[in-house]
Ligand binder design. Structure first.
Ligand code: NAI
Length: 463
């Protein structure tokens, strides 16, 4: 039986996933390790509200398990040495250099983990791929472990994570399914069973699916590709709705009632963001190309092309509507996170829309309930579109939405935070320049109410 788990990577996946395993399995010691000292210090902060990742309900889970059987540490070797099962949950970003630049997954962090495990391990270990990885990565990890290790036995499992940020705790408590891929040998099956037994502490057995390693690895990329494709599909139609007078919300409702289609992931918006969808589809495209499957690659790449178009179109519409110039105008951004209920901003549509508006010399004033100035400047600087000084001059950060909208020419809603719906919109209107525009990139505000106040309102996918 597994009684000691280590997880390498204390990020958006490693942190919440291990916190729930620890809470649900008090008999297992769970140690989450990371090279990032600041992040580990934040996970260990005496005030549990200061943990580095904002997810509804997460601080309660951490408060219950931390110090009991959940530990956060920078002592990676020690945790590897003591564990029977090691999860690798490090980042796998898109490569920014060399072969596959801008497409392939960068596996350098994964390889470093494999080499470290091989160096440290003195007894048999089960190594679990929690990170999202290209199909067939397990064989590369196995190669490294078997050729650089101390002669101990390793079993590699693939156990991709399907949680969604913003609902991570809910998703981990009651997953639609848990997927575990492993070798078809008896040792492989044995390792699978050990991980099944961990999840079976709270997940019904019928929801734990076991497959071969390659199916498991590829299922994660496929799931993200399908989800993102639905968003791009409805977004593609949102543009046609705007031209024809159809309303994308009505179209989405009408098609979503068809049980073969279903209602989820059919909300038109300024475009999807987040660390996963784009990187995982690009990775899928790259893998397809590397096997010479050009039609397959082109098919999935279109999902990204459509998403980029949707973000750009939103920014262009703001410029066009504001009489073809935003130079010197103040645009208030409500939201910067890539979705509500998270402080994660990776690939957020807000970054790209702001970048386009800054290139047109607008001043952008941002308010997000969970994202601060440092992160916002970091995100913009990462694009390298202009100097850091210019970014700092062009983008300001407000401490509340009313301040952000004060004297603004227009408001752009970039994240669907619930609190935006509860504001005193009359007060906001009174303090804006006229005509006062609202560009609702998430279709969350009440159009009739805003128009009654006097706003010129534009949502996505309707006239
Ligand atoms: P993250 O960037 O939040 O966390 C990764 C952590 O790993 C960082 O704190 C980094 O310092 C640490 N790290 C990197 N190399 C290390 C090493 N050699 N030793 C120790 N620590 C190391 O990334 P996130 O979002 O948690 O994603 C991790 C993986 O999970 C990725 O492959 C991602 O595609 C996948 N995933 C992410 C989901 C999400 O919603 N964010 C959902 C499902 C899967």
């Amino acid at each position: 039986m597994i009684t000691n788990i280590c997880c390498i990577g204390a990020g958006y996946v490693g942190g919440p996933t291990m916190a729930i395993i620890a809470q649900k399995c008090p008999h297992i010691k769970v140690t989450v390790v990371d090279l990032n000292e600041k992040r580990i210090a934040a996970w260990n902060d005496a005030d549990v509200n200061n943990i580095p990742i904002y997810e509804p309900g997460l601080s309660d889970v951490v408060a219950e398990a931390r110090g009991r059987n959940l530990f956060f540490s920078t002592e990676v070797d020690k945790a590897i040495d003591e564990a029977q099962m090691i999860f690798i949950s490090v980042n796998t970003p898109t490569k920014t250099y060399g072969v596959g630049k801008g497409m392939a997954a960068d596996l350098k962090y994964i390889e470093l983990c494999a080499r470290q495990i091989a160096r440290v391990a003195k007894n048999d270990k089960i190594v679990v791929e929690k990170s999202t990885l290209p199909v067939r990565t397990a064989s590369a990890i196995k190669d490294i472990l078997d050729n650089t290790g101390n002669g101990v036995q390793f079993q590699i499992l693939s156990n991709p994570e399907f949680l969604a940020e913003g609902t991570a705790v809910e998703d981990l408590f009651a997953p639609d399914r848990v997927l575990i891929g492993g070798d078809t040998t008896s040792e492989g099956q044995n390792a699978i069973q050990k991980l099944v037994d961990v999840y079976a502490n709270w997940v019904p057995k019928g929801k734990i699916l076991t497959t071969n390693v390659w199916s498991s690895e590829l299922s994660k990329l496929t799931a993200n590709a399908f989800l993102a494709q639905r968003v791009s599909s409805i977004n593609a139609l949102s543009e046609l709705c705007e031209k024809t007078g159809a309303d994308v919300n009505e179209v989405a409702k009408a098609i979503g009632l068809d049980s073969r289609i279903g209602p989820k992931f059919l909300k038109a918006s300024v475009g999807f963001g987040g660390s996963c969808f784009q990187k995982d589809i690009l990775n899928l495209v790259y893998i397809a190309k590397s096997y010479g499957l050009n039609e397959v690659a082109d098919y999935w790449e279109q999902v990204i092309i459509m998403n980029d178009h949707q973000k750009r179109r939103f920014a262009n519409n703001i410029i066009k509507t504001l009489y073809n110039t935003v130079s010197g105008k103040k645009i208030a951004f409500l939201g910067w996170a890539f979705k509500k209920d998270t402080n994660d901003t990776r690939e957020s549509a807000a970054i790209y829309v702001a970048d386009d508006l800054l290139s047109e010399q607008a001043t952008v004033v941002v308010y997000d309930p969970k994202v601060g100035e440092e992160q916002i400047q970091f995100d913009l600087n990462y694009l390298e579109s202009r100097s850091e000084i210019e970014n700092a001059k062009g983008v300001q950060v407000a401490i509340n939405a009313y301040d952000a909208c004060n004297n603004a020419h227009a408001i752009a809603v970039l994240t669907e935070w619930d609190e935006f719906k509860t504001y005193d919109w009359q007060k906001i209107y009174d303090n804006m320049l006229k005509p006062a525009f609202v560009f609702d990139g998430r279709n969350i505000l009440n159009k009739e109410e805003l128009e009654k106040i006097g706003f010129i309102y534009q949502g996505i996918g309707s006239r």
